[in-house]
Ligand binder design. Structure first.
Ligand code: KG4
Ligand code: ZN
Length: 367
């Protein structure tokens, strides 16, 4: 089965062509092409994604990205070789989602191919099954499976008892994990998107906070772990972000430390990142035990975070060694269309197609 997928839910214009085989029992994916045009530079000036700017850029980029995806795939007669057109219909920015939907509809009409509507988060779940996966990692999901999805818009624990069967057992009540990373980055004067910047600084962790004038100040940088002991599987990161704000204010006032101080930034980033990781890991491990999960999947933009990947892996090995741990190659942690095509394969196997006339963007679409 050859699937062409279109993803325009946020600030990446992405089209991929994927060859899928093996069925529900043994799904295998070969990426023929995976093209992404990033708009980061355009939105960075505004400190975040501007929906109408994203829409304009998607409309401009889609035909170019499409041509590139076709040519890179090496398919001679794409309209004959491609079986289905998949498209992200939500969640995301509606003006941006519509550009992909309109493009997919046009293509479906011209080529006479069925459309598969995909939830963006389904893509993040299956990203770890794509080719060039992690070494020694299984490419199979055994059920029940649990996905910890951490992105700019979502933080959720999704239980799957079979393919296409999703139950959200916990989610954030306010900010998503990625959103909190981005907001903390902004407070520290780091450019958008801040997640990778915060992670990079956190990596340089030092134990003491030194002022540039050589005076050494040992200040304890400690942040809360919101909801870590709550009995449910929900998260909350908005308070953590506010705690960072008060911490910065306090340090500036009481210690006359400037946030431009490199060592201070490093200490804050490291403690903030660890606070997020501690809460994510604690709830995920508890849910894995309660639901007797066989495969634990990590996905979403924040799954690029090396410390999160590593620490979750170590905890699984120690506490639940029989649980299989799947993480996406960092090529596929961010938004891309290959993961949308892979998710579409499972819909295609169940003959779950949508008429282009019925397609509709849904910014708040849930799994
Ligand atoms: O999945 P994604 O690409 O887009 C959405 O669907 O939202 O996720 C983007 C989010 C952003 O908030 C970004 O800052 C965050 O993922 N992110 C990271 C890292 N890389 C990307 N957060 C923490 N550490 C990283 N290394
Ligand atoms: Zn995403």
């Amino acid at each position: 089965m050859v699937i062409l997928a279109i993803e325009t839910s946020c600030d990446e214009t992405a089209i991929a062509i994927l060859k899928a085989s093996g069925g529900l029992k043994n799904p295998r994916f070969k990426i023929l092409s995976n093209t992404v045009a990033s708009q980061i530079k355009i939105h960075a000036k505004w400190g975040g994604v501007v929906p109408n700017l994203a829409k304009r850029e998607h409309i401009k980029n889609l035909p170019i990205v499409f041509k590139k995806a076709i040519s890179k795939s090496g398919l001679k007669n794409p309209e004959k070789k491609i079986d289905f057109i998949a498209v992200t219909i939500g969640p995301g920015l509606e003006p941006a989602l519509w550009t992909g939907i309109n493009f997919a509809s046009d293509l479906s009409k011209v080529w006479g191919k069925p459309i598969i509507a995909v939830n963006h988060m389904e893509g993040h779940i299956v990203a770890s099954l794509l080719s060039s996966k992690i070494k020694n990692q299984k490419s199979k999901i055994d059920f029940p499976a649990l996905a910890l999805l951490v992105s700019g818009g979502h933080t959720e624990l999704v239980l799957m008892r079979k393919w296409l069967d999703y139950k959200i057992i916990g989610q954030t009540r306010d900010d998503a994990a990625g959103e909190a990373f981005d907001k903390v980055a902004k407070m520290l004067g780091l450019p958008y998107p801040g997640g990778p910047q915060v992670a990079k600084l956190a990596d340089k962790k030092t134990s003491s906070v030194e002022e540039r004038n050589g005076k050494t100040l040992d200040v304890e940088i400690k942040l809360p772990r919101p909801m870590i002991n709550s009995k449910n599987y929900d998260f909350s990161f908005s308070g953590l972000k506010t705690a960072v704000l008060y911490l910065i204010r306090g340090l500036e006032k009481n210690y006359e430390l400037r946030i431009t101080n490199y060592a201070l930034r490093v200490a804050i980033c490291a403690e903030f990142q660890q606070a997020v990781i501690d809460v994510l890991i604690s709830k995920t491990i508890r849910a894995t035990k309660e639901y007797k999960v066989k495969t634990l999947i990590l996905g979403g933009g924040v799954s690029a975070n090396q410390e999160l990947r590593k620490q979750l892996g170590e905890k699984i090995k120690k506490e639940i060694p029989n649980t299989e741990y799947l993480i996406p190659n960092t090529k596929y942690t961010g938004d891309n269309a290959a993961m949308i095509a892979a998710a579409a394969y499972f819909h295609a196997l169940k003959k779950d197609f949508t008429d282009w006339k019925k397609l509709k963007a849904n910014g708040n679409l849930s799994l």
